[in-house]
Write a protein that binds this ligand. Structure first.
Ligand SMILES: [Zn+2]
Length: 201
């Protein structure tokens, strides 16, 4: 009976992950059970390490092992431009293009009134404090081309405009509903080049 408890506990833990229902969790749990011990331990250790060693950058919320991420700590980045993304994964996708040399701000979420977005409220606060310090001339909004992403872009542009900072939105050309992190590098670089000023009025 004890073994059954351990197994069902694993299933319960796995269902906490996004997109994993009871059935998928069961399938994963059986897979883990059949794995060599070493492989299963590596998965557990990787999860532990990510929580133990990684944090969010104090300036931009990118993932980092220190207090500042490698981009914020890099003196060669252009500090007048800030590109806003929903998640670090989009930041990595943008970095892979090599087309952007400015700084970032990661929202760690998106405007979603129904699900609540307390994390994003905090990161938006941080963004506004960052912009009010001065020195930033352009904010490029690269939220995903989804309903929530567009709503967030408009919301941010309304907040930022009064600060007399140019607010641009990356060009579409990326199919609606697609996460930017899955866009190829050429498409992403082109959408950055083709960005247009947002007029929130
Ligand atoms: Zn950073």
């Amino acid at each position: 009976m004890e073994n059954k408890g351990v197994f069902s506990d694993l299933i319960t833990q796995l269902t906490k992950l996004p997109g994993i229902g009871r059935k998928s969790a069961q399938r994963l749990a059986f897979f883990i059970l059949k794995m060599p011990s070493e492989g299963a331990k590596e998965i557990g250790q990787a999860i532990f390490d990510v929580k133990d060693r990684l944090a969010f950058c104090e300036i931009c919320n990118n993932v980092t092992e220190g207090t500042l991420c490698s981009i914020c700590a890099n003196p060669n980045r252009i500090t007048q431009k800030v590109l806003i993304v929903e998640e670090p994964s989009t930041l990595y996708a943008m970095e892979r293009t090599g087309a952007y040399k400015g700084l970032y701000h990661v929202l760690l979420g998106v405007l979603a009134p129904l699900s609540g977005s307390e994390v994003m409220a905090q990161t938006v606060d941080n963004l506004m404090q960052r912009l009010k310090k001065g020195g930033i001339t352009e904010v490029i909004i690269a939220t995903n081309p989804t309903i929530e992403g567009e709503a967030t872009a408009l919301y941010l542009s309304r907040l930022i405009k009064p600060l007399n900072i140019m607010v641009t939105r990356i060009a579409t050309g990326i199919p609606v509903g697609i996460d930017l992190e899955y866009a190829d590098e050429v498409t992403l670089a082109k959408s950055l080049q083709g960005r247009r000023e947002i007029d929130p009025a």
